[in-house]
Design a protein. Structure first.
Length: 476
C-alpha cells in the first residue's frame, strides 16, 4: 500500500488500476494490461456511432416513408430533438462534474443508463400506436427519452477520456482506437441498416442494433476507470458556464472544432448531390465515395496517433487541416466515379487526423483548466463542446439550401441546369476550403503550445507520488 496525493492507492503487479480502501481508482503504468484497458474503453465508441448514425440517417425516413407520418410533423419533432439535445449537454455535464459517489463521477451514470438507452433506441423502431398523428406523438416522446439517456451515457463516457489517459502518447493511442471503433460503428449504422430492415424488418433491426450497442457499452465499462476526487466543483451552473466561455483556449478550440465539424457535415450531405449531378451516377455511387473515405480513415488513425506523439497535437491538427483541404480540391474537376473515389480516399487521410486530434486538444484544454481552478470539469467542457458543434449540421443545411437555390436548382426536376453542377462543385471544393482556412486560423491562435509539459496534472501528481514511494514499486 502507498499513499498518492489524494489518498491510499493500491497497485497490482503490472501497475494496473485497483480500488483502494477509500474507493480511489488510479491509473496504472503502460503495459499489456493498459493496452487491453485502452481497447476495451475505446470499444464504447462503436455503440455511440452505431446509435447516432442509424437514428440520424433512417428515423425520419422510417416514420415518413414507411409509417406515413406528415413530414412537417416529423420535422417539428426533429427540431425539438435538436434543441433538447443541445441544451442537455452542458446541464448533464455540470451535474456529472458535481457528482460524488464511491464508484466515481462518470461510471455510475454509464452503468445505470446504458440498458435503458439501448431499450429507448429499440422502441423508436417499434411504434406502439396506430394512426399518423398518434405515431407523431409516440415518436416525439420516445425520441426525447432517447435524447436524455443518450446525453447522460455518452457525455459521461467521453468525459472519462482526459483523465484515464494523461500523456500525449497515451491519448494519441487511445484516440486512434476510439476513432477506429467510431468509424466501424458509423459504417454499420449507415450501411448495414438497409440490409437488416430489408431482410428482417425495422423492429428486428432496432433490436439487433440495441443489443450490439449494449454489449459494447458493457465492454467499455470493463475498461473504464476514474479517480474519485476529494474536491467538489464549487461553481454554480451559470458561474461554470461563464468561466468555461471565458477560457481563451476553449473558445479558440471550440470555434475551430465547430468549423471542422461543418466541413464533415457538408461532405456527407453534399456527396449525394455531387454523384447525381456532377457525375451523373446512381445513388449507389454515394456508398463508393463515402466508403473510400472511411476505409482509408480506419488505418490512418494509427498513423496520425504517431504523428501527434512526435510533433504535438496543435501542429498535427494544422497539418491535418492542410491535408484535408488539398484533398477537397479535385471535387472541382473530377468527372468519373473512379476519380471521385480516389478523392474520397485522400479526404479520408485528413479526416482521420482531425478525428484523432479534436478530443486530444479538448483534453489539453481541460488539463489547463484544472491547473487554473484545481478541479476537473470534463463534463462541462464536453457538454459545451457538444452544445456548440451540433449546430454545424443546421448551418450545413442552410449552406446547401443557399447554394442550390442560387444555382437554379429545381426540386423534383429530372434534368437540372448546368449552373447546378457548377454550384455543387463549388459547394464541395471551395466552400469547405474557406471554412478550413478559418479553422486553421483558430488553431494558429490556440494558446496551448506544443513543446511544453506533455503530462496532465493527474499524471504529474502520480509521478510525484511514485518518486516519493520508491518509483512506483508495489508496496505493502
Amino acid at each position: 500500500m502507498k499513499r498518492g496525493p489524494e489518498g491510499p492507492v493500491t497497485r497490482g503487479p503490472e501497475g494496473q488500476m485497483l480500488r483502494g480502501p477509500e474507493g480511489l481508482v488510479t491509473r496504472g503504468s503502460e503495459g499489456p494490461v493498459r493496452r487491453g484497458q485502452m481497447l476495451a474503453y475505446g470499444s464504447g465508441n462503436l455503440s455511440v456511432n452505431l446509435l447516432s448514425q442509424a437514428f440520424a440517417t433512417f428515423a425520419t425516413f422510417y416514420y415518413v416513408d414507411h409509417l406515413g407520418v406528415d413530414p412537417s410533423l416529423i420535422g417539428v419533432a426533429m427540431v425539438i430533438h435538436g434543441i433538447v439535445n443541445a441544451v442537455l449537454n452542458p446541464l448533464v455535464g455540470h451535474v456529472s462534474d458535481r457528482t460524488r459517489t464511491r464508484w466515481g463521477r462518470r461510471v455510475p451514470y454509464i452503468a445505470i443508463g446504458m440498458a435503458p438507452l439501448a431499450a429507448a433506441f429499440t422502441m423508436i423502431w417499434i411504434p406502439l400506436m396506430d394512426g399518423a398523428t398518434a405515431r407523431f406523438w409516440y415518436f416525439l416522446v420516445v425520441v426525447l427519452v432517447y435524447d436524455v439517456l443518450f446525453v447522460v451515457v455518452v457525455l459521461n463516457y467521453v468525459a472519462l477520456f482526459p483523465e484515464m489517459f494523461t500523456t500525449i502518447a497515451e491519448r494519441a493511442r487511445a484516440a486512434s482506437w476510439r476513432q477506429m471503433f467510431a468509424i466501424v460503428g458509423m459504417i454499420v449504422g449507415v450501411a448495414a441498416a438497409p440490409l437488416l430492415y430489408g431482410a428482417i424488418g425495422w423492429a428486428a433491426m432496432g433490436v439487433s442494433f440495441g443489443v450490439v450497442a449494449l454489449a459494447f457499452f458493457a465492454l467499455s465499462l470493463r475498461g473504464s476507470a476514474e479517480r474519485v476526487h476529494a474536491e467538489r466543483e464549487s461553481f454554480g451552473f451559470l458561474a461554470a458556464l461563464r468561466y468555461t466561455l471565458a477560457n481563451r483556449a476553449f473558445v479558440t478550440y471550440v470555434t475551430g472544432s465547430f468549423l471542422l465539424q461543418l466541413t464533415f457535415a457538408l461532405l456527407q450531405a453534399g456527396i449525394p448531390f455531387f454523384t447525381k449531378y456532377a457525375l451523373g451516377e446512381a445513388d449507389s455511387a454515394n456508398t463508393v465515395v463515402l466508403g473510400a473515405v472511411f476505409v482509408v480513415a480506419i488505418p490512418m488513425v494509427y498513423v496520425w496517433s504517431r504523428v501527434t506523439t512526435r510533433i504535438g497535437p496543435r501542429r498535427a491538427v494544422l497539418v491535418a487541416i492542410v491535408v484535408y483541404g488539398v484533398a477537397l480540391v479535385p471535387f472541382l474537376l473530377v468527372g468519373s466515379l473512379l476519380l471521385a473515389a480516389v478523392t474520397g480516399a485522400a479526404i479520408g487521410v485528413g479526416i482521420a487526423g482531425m478525428l484523432v486530434l479534436l478530443e486530444i486538444l479538448l483534453a489539453e484544454v481541460i488539463d489547463d483548466d484544472e491547473r487554473r481552478t484545481g478541479t476537473r470539469r470534463e463534463g462541462m467542457y464536453f457538454g459545451m463542446n457538444g452544445f456548440i458543434v451540433r449546430w454545424a449540421v443546421s448551418l450545413q443545411a442552410v449552406i446547401i439550401t443557399v447554394v442550390l437555390s442560387r444555382s437554379g436548382y429545381h426540386n423534383g426536376a429530372a434534368v437540372q441546369p448546368d449552373s447546378v453542377v457548377t454550384g455543387v462543385r463549388l459547394m464541395m471544393g471551395v466552400v469547405p476550403l474557406v471554412v478550413l482556412a478559418l479553422a486553421f486560423g483558430c488553431f494558429l491562435l490556440y494558446p496551448l503550445r506544443d513543446g511544453g509539459s506533455h503530462r496532465s496534472p493527474v499524471a504529474a501528481r502520480e509521478s510525484v507520488a511514485a518518486r516519493e514511494s520508491g518509483k512506483g514499486r508495489p508496496q505493502s
